[in-house]
Design a protein. Structure first.
Length: 50
């Protein structure tokens, strides 16, 4: 569980940084990037671990 949490946080940080670099640092973009990163992490993380 701890590893998954760390992976998700790292992935979220990278995704937010990339999205901010592309779209600019405003709240909707940051929230959208977080949502995307968590969703992708859940989808791919679960498939990698199973």
């Amino acid at each position: 569980m701890g590893t998954w949490l760390l992976e998700t946080l790292l992935w979220a940080a990278v995704t937010v940084a990339v999205c901010v670099a592309i779209w600019g640092a405003n709240l909707p973009n940051i929230l959208m990037a977080l949502g995307i990163s968590v969703g992708v992490s859940l989808l791919f993380g679960n498939s990698w671990r199973s």
